[in-house]
Design a protein around this ligand. Sequence first.
Ligand SMILES: Cc1cc2nc3c(=O)[nH]c(=O)nc-3n(C[C@H](O)[C@H](O)[C@H](O)COP(=O)(O)OP(=O)(O)OC[C@H]3O[C@@H](n4cnc5c(N)ncnc54)[C@H](O)[C@@H]3O)c2cc1C
Length: 585
Amino acid sequence: MTQGKVFPSKALLQLPLFQDDGSTEQYSTKQQIERSYARATLVARAYEFTLDDVLQMNGKLWDLHADPISSIDAATTTILTIHYNLALGTLGPILATRPDLAPLIQKLLKFEIIGQFMLTEVEHGLDARQIETTATLLPDGSLELNTPHPGAAKYMPPVTTISGIPTIGVVFSRLIVDGKFHGIRPVVVSLTDGKGMCKGVSSRMVPPRSGSKPLDHSMTSFDHVRLPPGSVIGSLEESTDVRGDFLKSIWRISTGGLALSLGTVSFLSVGVYIAGKYSLRRTVSGPEKGSKMPIIGFRTQQLPILHGLAQVHVLQAFSKFAIPLFRDRNLHMYVRHGISTIFKATALQHCQSTLLALEERCGAQGLFNYNQIVRGHADMRGVCIAEGDILAISIRLISELLQGKYCLPEPKYPDCLLYKHEQGLWKEARDRYSKLSGTHRSEEFNNAILPLCRPLAEFIGHRMAYEAAVDQGVDPALVELYEAGVIKLDSSWYVENGLLSRAEQFDLESVAANKVLPDLERFLDLLDVAEYATAPILSGKSWNEFVVSLPQFLGISEPLEELRGDSPKPTSMSETVYKKILFWR
Ligand SMILES: Cc1cc2nc3c(=O)[nH]c(=O)nc-3n(C[C@H](O)[C@H](O)[C@H](O)COP(=O)(O)OP(=O)(O)OC[C@H]3O[C@@H](n4cnc5c(N)ncnc54)[C@H](O)[C@@H]3O)c2cc1C
């Protein structure tokens, strides 16, 4: 992955809690969630965050999100990203004006208290500015926090007592002063003391997400909860710019969008490593009579693995370009947000399509969570939505760029094919936009521009990623293969514009793949994720150990009398058994 980089989680991998041989898939949902919180506690300790690390968004924050521990337990990363980036990142800046909060912040930094970030409501997701939870200022300076109806319950930060750790929430609400709406503000609220829910707070845990590591995601409501004076993070004054103030207060979501997308490099690395190693050891009959060949011999097996390898290296370079830009406070907030959007759209596009391809190429084994790839795909599905739904943030970015509100950094290599492609798509979008008479909220804009936005964000990202890889000296064969791979994503454009025929595109990929293939095993080992790859299919030894860990159904009964050869007495299902099934629930 990041060759030579030792993530703080590495020292934990020897502990029994982190040994995952696949058999832990049999644990109950609650047991798995408890393990994730226990793991999160140890990972948090290993990182030893300071408030400066969180607020300055320095290396530690990005390392936490890039840490391949997420490919063993993504729920751990979810817990920690909500806690450190969203909750502490929002609460931390007020320490300067609220020194009384220092003990709370110290405990949050040590993960002795967990922080939740509670913005979304059941009925308000992407239009979170319409949330309905209220925080009403009372005459004595205290506040009353209330959920007016079930549709305004907070969705879906994990708020139960399963962790056993006291928990507070940074709860976004409509601030009401003297009956007047003063804007949306986060307020700090006690949620659980680790044993029970705090008075007036209730939650309902939703069933586990499909395929991914389970977590106690919940719907949380507040019933006229009294909060002490000073619970509001920010001013009590009426907002003069409600939208602007709201966007500033949720700024850490943008950080999370970029940070969580770094996980794509880990998930891709682990996925490529598992599929690559398995394809090298899994054999089928070879062309010679009685011979065997490893499935990696098939071109259809090689291509997704090699493309994944190229994407890992290129995305890694792209992240090194994107993070400093995102942290640059001299750039306008919208530009920094734009960089986060482009990285997220691109990284998740590659991650999701490649993991799906790798999973398929492992046959039936690819379908099982214990082999990690399919689970990684499901875990990253959540990242596509959380901290900025890719479609929605792409629409916002491209619409604002089209309207000329700001610009992203200039491209560097105007002769590069990916740049020409991007320019071609921009021209298409601008031509369409110039013909519209309505605003960006019009039906015309909706029909003509919205469908272009996500692909355009991804194609800008391909060009930026390519430039970063060239600048950072990524192996040219891998860069060539990356380029050939993304050209295939809009093959017809290159044909239409006379740049590359379909045959030329095929050859481009083939030549690049042939350059990388001889070094495949070396490249797989260089990913440096062997300790994070727990899939039993990786070796004969790990497979055998996995098999003996599974529940066994051992034969002790006699064969059915219908198959014994003597004439059986006619029998039918007993009425009692039938009735039992009929009323089963
Ligand atoms: C793993 C995970 C963890 C989460 N953790 C938290 C948390 O800790 N705290 C928290 O507050 N929230 C959390 N969320 C919720 C998350 O913030 C929301 O899911 C997200 O904002 C999207 O809202 P929604 O799911 O309600 O989608 P909706 O708003 O219902 O949107 C659904 C779909 O409608 C379409 N759509 C909606 N608006 C537009 C638009 N303007 N333009 C075009 N299409 C549109 C899109 O296709 C979109 O995908 C989490 C979500 C996930 C997946």
